[in-house]
Design a binder for this molecule. Structure first.
Ligand code: PRX
Length: 576
């Protein structure tokens, strides 16, 4: 392996990183030492209290916590006190609706300020918050709301019709709160801003997110209040957040990154954060970095690649000199992206690795540590990571295996909602097996190789092939579908579907334009029924799909064919 190393410049003594010596912390730090970093109230631990309310007792009370801007340029600003009081009001409104501890309250919202203080209000009364991307359509919504048994749902008048379509399938859903409806606006005005924050146990459930595996419906990954400990510490050590920073995490809270590092871990460090509720656009992004004097920026490789593709002219128009620390998550960070960061901002992107299930950053590059370009870095102090074989035994240095973590770490998921067996299946021989393949080098740096399963990562979003296949076969023209991730320069992977058509359609689809029109129709169909981001960008019609003798579609073979790779072991393959 040819190594390219970015050596960290010597820090000026008056501005050392929060974690000055990674190796020392990695050798000595244990999770017990984390206790003083969060506030325990009467022996209880509440993540929302730690994110916001504890600052209201200090000079940060009037500090801006949230700078908010939308695509149209509307700007809003909230102090820590504002967010504390608004989340108290939401807590009281929910209590009036009869929401009790442990009840699930879901947020189907774009990145509006209400999303942030409602999330916190839910946690403050001991209920469990669930987030849903606003790109979700009825199938994705039905799966998640049905399985979670959500009692209350926050949404907007624009998104509500999608919920109305599936309302019959959701007997547990008692209330839909439409945040732009005058009745809600009035009830916020009227509600008391005093709230007794629930004395939650660190192991009480706080939030849940649905995420995809290879098979079956999305699973509800449940996190407890304890997660805030690791989210706080990693925001401090990896993102290096400080009081004087203005920080921008570009993630949506429908994704775990938006919860851990846009709400809980970042605010618990008292940092002022920007939320931009708009679509990606290079010029706008640079404008935001400039306008808000962003100093710490946490984003994702697809966005970085898109900025790279937009070229240098657009960067040069903006003053980006206040940037001091850049981080990335969600997919492999290409070495070229790091080199580009160095050229354009004079700073490297620091790769961080983690998952919905791990709840917080687990492996990372730190401000004080040299970067081996292309590596994900080293385990967070307090956490043991390793490369293990399928039986859970550590493999030798530089050998490919499963990226694994030793339970328990504070932000480890607590369960998979209503699927205890699924939860158990993550663990082998005392290790949590991540589903990612990688290796560890002689210096302890971890390198990502790929997924061990068929999970697709497109523009950083995790998509289960089964969900897309199910959406496709719901279309009357489709008999069968097999879905894979196809490597893509910009998006990491795109979704590609192999589709077997129903006979009558096949006969009507003889010409190229007819074929193209049908492909377009199928893509739009998935976009409309499942989710705006989880649709196949490429479709290929097939006579039949490769299957095992028991009838399971072999995506591995579809992928090998697509990539022109050897097909491998076909002994379990049906006659193909
Ligand atoms: O495959 C890994 C990839 O994203 C997966 C987790 O996705 P999700 O649960 O949506 O959470 C992402 C945000 C925390 C992982 O199993 N992944 C995440 N970070 C990296 C990565 N792949 C390569 N390099 C990374 N730094």
């Amino acid at each position: 392996m040819k190594e390219e190393i970015y050596k960290k410049p010597k820090q000026k003594n008056d501005f050392p990183p929060n974690l000055e010596n990674y190796e020392e912390a990695a050798d000595t730090f244990t999770w017990k030492d984390a206790r003083p970093y969060v506030d325990w109230v009467d022996g209880g631990l509440n993540a929302a209290y730690n994110a916001v309310d504890r600052h209201v007792q200090t000079w940060r009370k009037n500090k801006v916590a949230l700078f908010w801007e939308d695509e149209a340029g509307v700007e809003k600003k909230y102090t820590f006190e504002d967010i504390s009081l608004l989340s108290n009001k939401v807590g009281n409104i929910l209590k009036d609706f009869g929401v009790e501890r442990g009840d699930r309250v879901f947020l189907f919202l774009p990145r509006v300020p209400e999303l942030y203080f409602s999330f916190l209000g839910i946690l403050k009364i001991g209920a469990v918050a669930g987030t849903l991307f606003s790109a979700f359509q009825e199938q994705a919504l039905a799966d998640r709301l049905e399985n979670s048994g959500a009692k209350v749902l926050f949404t907007t008048s624009e998104l509500k019709p999608r919920v109305d379509k599936i309302r019959k399938k959701l007997p547990a859903l008692e209330h839909i709160i439409v945040i732009d409806d005058p009745s809600f606006i009035k009830s916020v005005e009227r509600a008391s801003d005093e709230l007794h924050i629930a004395k939650t146990d660190p192991d009480d459930y706080a939030f849940m997110l649905y995420t995809s595996g290879t098979t079956g419906k999305p699973k509800g990954v449940v996190h407890s209040h304890r997660a805030v400990i690791q989210e706080h510490l990693t925001a401090r050590w990896v993102l290096d957040l400080r009081d004087e920073d203005t920080y921008w995490c570009t993630a949506d809270p429908g994704w775990v990154t938006g919860i851990a590092y846009e709400i809980l871990g970042s605010w618990s460090n008292g940092v002022a954060a920007l939320v931009y509720a708009g679509r990606f656009d290079p010029d706008r992004w640079y404008k935001l970095l400039d306008k808000y004097n962003i100093s710490v920026w946490y984003t994702a490789p697809t966005a970085i690649r898109m900025l790279m593709a937009a070229g240098m002219d657009v960067v040069k128009k903006h003053n980006l000199t206040h940037l001091r620390h850049l981080c990335s998550v969600g997919e492999p960070l290409n070495p070229e992206a790091i080199r580009w960061g160095l050229k354009v901002f004079g700073l490297p992107f620091h790769d961080t690795w983690w998952q919905t299930e791990t709840g917080a950053i687990c492996i990372a590059n730190y401000p004080a540590m040299d970067i081996k370009i292309g590596s994900m870095g080293k385990p967070v102090p307090g956490l043991t990571a390793a490369i293990v074989d399928d039986k859970g035994h550590e493999v030798a240095i530089n050998t490919e295996g499963n990226i694994a973590i030793k339970p328990k770490w504070p932000s480890m998921m607590h369960t998979i909602w209503k699927r205890p067996h699924k939860y158990k299946s993550y663990f082998t021989n005392g290790w949590y097996i991540s589903g990612d393949r990688g290796l560890k080098d002689k210096d302890g740096y971890f390198w990502f190789i790929g997924r061990a399963d068929d999970v697709i990562k497109t523009s950083g979003e995790r998509v289960g092939p089964f969900e897309v296949e199910s959406a496709l076969v719901a279309h009357p023209a489709v008999v069968e579908a097999g879905v894979i991730g196809k490597p893509d320069m910009m998006r990491g992977e795109i979704i590609k579907a192999f589709v077997v058509l129903e006979k009558a359609t096949l006969e009507k689809t003889k010409t190229k334009p007819q074929e193209e029109a049908l492909k377009e129709e199928l893509s739009v169909y998935v976009k409309k029924h499942l989710a705006g981001h989880a649709y196949p960008r490429e479709i290929e019609f097939m006579d039949k799909l490769p299957k095992t003798r028991s009838g399971k579609i072999m995506r591995r073979i579809l992928k090998a064919k697509e990539l022109g790779l050897p097909i491998g072991d076909t002994s379990t393959l049906e006659d193909y």
